[in-house]
Design a protein around this ligand. Structure first.
Ligand SMILES: [Zn+2]
Length: 574
C-alpha cells in the first residue's frame, strides 16, 4: 500500500473554503485524503509519493444518489428482467406489446418474466388486467411493474402460482390493497408496496435466478454515471446478507445507507455492519401518499380532464387526504415508535396536502421527543407537487428535502397543461424554491424509476429543459454550484455523511469521479453529453467494475445454494 497523489487539469472540491485545486493526496490504506491543493502541498503532505498526472481529466467528489432502491432496482431492470420504461427505448405501448410478443415466442415455455416501467401516461396505456396480459402470456408467469413503483400488473398464471384460494387475493395489507373483480377474484393488479411484494415477488424470485448479480449490475450502472454513495430506501432485514456481500468486495463501487421500511415489524432494529464506512443503517422510511403517474397523490389540486389523463385511467381528484396511505393517528404512532430510537425519518410525499400533514406530524414528533433544533435532518422525498412556502416551513424545522428532477425531465411536458393547470404543472418539482428557502437539498433518480444520471439532473436544474428540450417554469432554474451541491455535499448532508464524503477535504474519504471536462465550461443544454464520466475512485481505490462483478460472482459461487445470499430478499413478506 502506498499513498497516491493525483494531478488533474482542475479539481472541483465542493469545499467553499478551498473550491479549486490542482492535486489531491490520499492514503489508499485508510482511503482518507491527506491534502488538497497544489502539487507541492500534496508532496509536502506525502513526501516521496509519485504524482499521477491525469492530464485533461477534471476531478470532483463522487456523486451521491441520496434516494435509490439498488436491490430491487437491479432485479427488475437488469437482465434477465426487461426495462420497458418510455425513456429506455419503449416510447409507446405498441413498442411494449411488440416486446411481449417477441419475448413470449423466444423464451422457454415455463420461464417466468419480469418487466419494469410500464407508464400509462407517457406510453398512453390503460391499466392491464390479468386477462389483458394473458393474451400475450397465456401460460408463463408474467409480472409487469408500473413505472411509478406503486403498482404491479400480473397474469392469471401468477394468480394461480400464488395459490390464492379461488383466485381471490388475501386481505389488504397495511398501506396497500389488491384490485378485485365484483366476484372478489383478483383482476391482476396490486397497489402500493406491501401488496405489490405479496403478489409479484414470488415470480420475481423465479424469474431472477441471480439476484445478487442483478443488484451488483445496478451498482455498476450507478458507478458508470459517477456515483460513489447511495441509499436503499426499501431496506428489509432479509437484505442484510446481500448488502454485506455487495459493499465489502475490494472493488465495491458504492457506499450504502439503509432506510428500513416502516411496514416491517422490526424496522427499528440496529444493523451491526461489518464495515460501517461502506454499509450502515441510517433511518426508517414510509410512503405517506402515492405517485403522480397513477393519480394517488394527496393534493389540493385536480388533474385536468384531458384525453391523456382519461386514457391512463387516472382519477381526476383532487386526491386530498383520501390518497394518504396512513391517517395522522397512524403517522403519529409510527413516529412515536421510531423517533425515540434516534432513527432519521424519511417520508415519501408528492402532494401538497400530503406534505402539510407530514410536516404537522414531524413537528409534533420533533417537539415531543425534544428533537426540534437538533441535528435530526429528517427527510421528505420527491415533493413533486409541493410548494415553496412548504419548503420554507420544512427548512425552519430542520427537515431536509430530496427532489427528483426525473419527474420533470420525462413528464414535464405532460405536467404543464395536460396533467395539471399550468400554474401547478409548469412549477412541478420546485428546486429553485427549495434553494431560495435555504434547503439542504439533494437530487435523486429513485432506483428503478429512472436511470441514475447525476449530470442530466444537473443539466436540467440549470436549464429547466425536459427531455424534448421544452422549458416550463424557468423561474425554477438554479446555479450550477447549487446543482452540483445537490449531487454531492447536499446529498451527503442528508445521509448524515457530510463529515466523510461529498467534498474533497483533508480527513474525508477519497471518493472521486473523473470527468472528461469541467462542467462549469460545458454548454448548459449539452452538459450531460459533453461531460463524460471516465471512472470513479472509492476510498482512494480506482474502481474496476468488471473485477467487481467477478468478485460478486465468486460470492454467489461460494454460497451453498446459488441464491443463498439473496434468497432472504426474495422471500420477503411485508
Ligand atoms: Zn423511492
Amino acid at each position: 500500500m502506498a499513498n497516491v497523489i493525483l494531478k488533474a487539469s482542475s479539481i472541483i472540491t465542493m469545499d467553499p473554503t478551498n473550491p479549486r485545486a490542482e492535486a489531491v493526496a490520499f492514503d489508499d490504506a485508510t482511503g482518507k485524503i491527506l491534502a488538497v491543493g497544489t502539487v507541492a502541498q500534496c508532496q509536502a503532505a506525502s513526501p516521496g509519493t509519485a504524482v499521477t498526472d491525469l492530464g485533461t481529466t477534471v476531478l470532483m467528489p463522487g456523486f451521491i444518489e441520496a434516494h435509490s432502491h439498488p436491490m430491487l432496482g437491479g432485479m427488475i431492470t437488469q437482465p434477465p428482467s426487461y426495462w420497458i420504461a418510455p425513456y429506455m427505448g419503449y416510447p409507446n405501448i405498441s413498442d411494449v406489446h411488440a416486446l411481449w410478443t417477441k419475448v413470449n415466442a423466444e423464451l422457454p415455455p415455463d420461464q417466468p418474466v419480469v418487466f419494469q416501467g410500464l407508464d400509462r401516461l407517457l406510453q398512453q396505456a390503460s391499466m392491464p388486467t390479468n386477462t389483458d396480459l394473458d393474451a400475450f402470456f397465456p401460460t408463463r408467469r408474467a409480472v409487469v411493474l408500473d413505472n411509478s413503483g406503486h403498482m404491479a400488473y400480473f397474469n392469471s398464471a401468477v394468480i394461480a402460482f400464488n395459490k390464492w384460494a379461488d383466485g381471490k387475493p388475501p386481505p389488504n395489507p397495511p398501506g396497500a390493497h389488491f384490485g378485485r373483480n365484483p366476484d372478489g377474484t383478483s383482476n391482476g393488479i396490486a397497489y402500493e408496496t406491501a401488496a405489490l411484494l405479496e403478489a409479484a415477488l414470488p415470480t420475481v424470485k423465479d424469474a431472477v435466478p441471480h439476484p445478487l448479480e442483478s443488484a451488483a449490475k445496478w451498482l455498476q450502472y450507478m458507478a458508470g454515471f459517477g456515483i460513489t454513495a447511495t441509499s436503499e430506501m426499501t431496506y428489509s432485514t432479509n437484505m442484510l446478507k446481500g448488502y454485506e456481500a455487495l459493499t465489502t468486495r475490494p472493488d465495491s463501487p458504492v457506499r450504502m445507507s439503509l432506510y428500513h421500511m416502516a411496514i416491517d415489524s422490526d424496522a427499528g432494529v440496529q444493523v451491526d455492519s461489518p464495515d460501517p464506512a461502506m454499509l450502515r443503517k441510517q433511518g426508517v422510511k414510509l410512503w405517506a401518499d402515492g405517485s403522480p403517474w397513477v393519480g394517488s397523490i394527496a393534493s389540493s389540486f385536480p388533474y385536468l380532464d384531458t384525453p391523456a389523463v382519461q386514457h391512463a385511467e387516472i382519477p381526476l381528484g383532487p386526491g386530498g387526504t383520501a390518497m394518504m396511505n396512513y391517517t395522522r393517528v397512524e403517522l403519529d404512532a409510527l413516529l412515536a415508535k421510531y423517533a425515540p430510537m434516534g432513527w432519521q425519518m424519511s417520508f415519501h410525499v408528492n402532494g401538497d396536502v400530503g406534505l402539510d400533514i407530514v410536516l404537522d406530524a414531524y413537528e409534533e414528533a420533533l417537539v415531543n421527543n425534544n428533537l426540534m433544533g437538533t441535528d435530526h435532518r429528517w427527510r421528505v422525498e420527491h415533493c413533486g407537487g409541493c410548494r415553496g412556502d412548504q419548503f420554507e416551513r420544512a427548512v425552519a424545522m430542520g427537515v431536509t428535502i430530496s427532489l427528483g428532477p426525473f419527474q420533470y425531465i420525462y413528464w414535464g411536458d405532460l405536467l404543464d397543461g395536460t396533467m395539471f393547470e399550468p400554474a401547478i404543472g409548469s412549477q412541478w418539482m420546485r428546486w429553485g424554491d427549495a434553494v431560495r428557502a435555504g434547503a439542504h437539498l439533494s437530487f435523486h433518480n429513485d432506483g428503478p424509476v429512472s436511470p441514475p444520471i447525476p449530470l442530466l439532473n444537473i443539466q436540467t436544474a440549470i436549464t429547466r429543459t425536459t427531455d424534448t428540450g421544452q422549458v416550463h417554469g424557468a423561474n425554477q432554474i438554479i446555479s450550477i454550484e447549487d446543482a452540483l451541491k445537490a449531487e454531492t455535499i447536499g446529498a451527503a448532508y442528508m445521509l448524515h455523511r457530510d463529515d466523510e464524503i461529498g467534498s474533497l477535504a483533508v480527513g474525508k474519504y477519497a471518493d472521486l469521479v473523473e470527468l472528461s471536462m469541467d462542467p462549469y465550461l460545458a454548454e448548459p443544454l449539452k452538459l450531460a453529453t459533453q461531460v463524460k464520466v471516465q471512472g470513479t475512485w472509492r476510498s482512494g481505490r480506482k474502481i474496476d467494475l468488471d473485477a467487481y462483478m467477478q468478485q460478486i460472482q465468486a460470492v454467489e459461487a461460494a454460497a451453498t445454494h446459488p441464491v443463498d445470499h439473496a434468497a432472504p430478499i426474495i422471500a420477503h413478506k411485508c
